[in-house]
Design a protein. Sequence first.
Length: 348
Amino acid sequence: MTGEKRSVLAMNITGFIVSIPVFCDSGFVILSSLNKALSKNARIPLVTLGVSLAAGLYATHVFVPPTPGPLAAAAALEADLGLVIILGLLVALPVSLAGFFWAKYIGKKLGKDIKDIALPEKSENLPHTAISLAPILVPIVLIALKSISNYPTHPFGQGIIADIFNFAGNPVIALFAGVFLAFKLKDKKVKETHFNWVAGGLKEAGIIILITGAGGAFGAILRATGIGDIIGSGFANLQIGILLPFVIAAVLKSAQGSSTVSIITTAAIIAPLLQSFGLESALGKALTVLSIGAGAMTVSHLNDSYFWVVAQFTDMDTATALKSQTVSTLFQGLTGILIILLISMLFL
């Protein structure tokens, strides 16, 4: 629909939609191969496509339930879930586009430093479209069904059907199913075997798994030090209204790396203060959830596993990732809080 020339916008929109039911890390892993194919065919720097996709995924990840972070914050603050979803989508769209525009800009500066993508030569006997899309779409659908199953109203009940969806929708199981579906893509005339595919995949993924795991472990060590309690007690007395949840969440995010932990911790700190800040109304609670979400994306850097997923799957070195992905999350968070402040001034 957007056309090949607007592939960067297409990936941003795709990430925006996919991350509503799917964790941003899993979504980026699933869609990274599509990014590389577009980079090769449209001659667009991979850094541009990667940062744009990451921005779309991140926007709905922190603003729109049923992603665990905003869902948990809405529960802790007793916010109206429907209002959080509607306002979350409203805020997330310009936040996603802020990342898109930054990706377009920084891609022109850094794109030349990204190496060309090596893709297999096209086969004359291409697989059917449905078979080609299955390794991407099936994991997304499975993970989405798990999110729906875990929704507070439990639309699938709490019996064996829900258990099946919870098992099949686990990101590891869903992506594993995608691997088996990918085996159907190989032309019988191609000499490579499935063993070669798996061995090559493990070789490529090994360093990514190690670096991403190390980044997540670093964040976990920081969380274990009790840094959340220290930051919370230090900022809780600031009288800055709707800005306070943003500031606490942003400091927590930058300090320990996890957006979800930042959202849940900040919600617990802010919950007793809503009335004193005049935020006890339905709109006030919903905007507080979104303010926490804006802070929880500001900023993603070395202690965040998502930072390393984006960097490694987009073939960026650490310096390039800091200049592109980290700065993108800064602009996204600031865009989010400015929109939330505007809504609060007009309607609160």
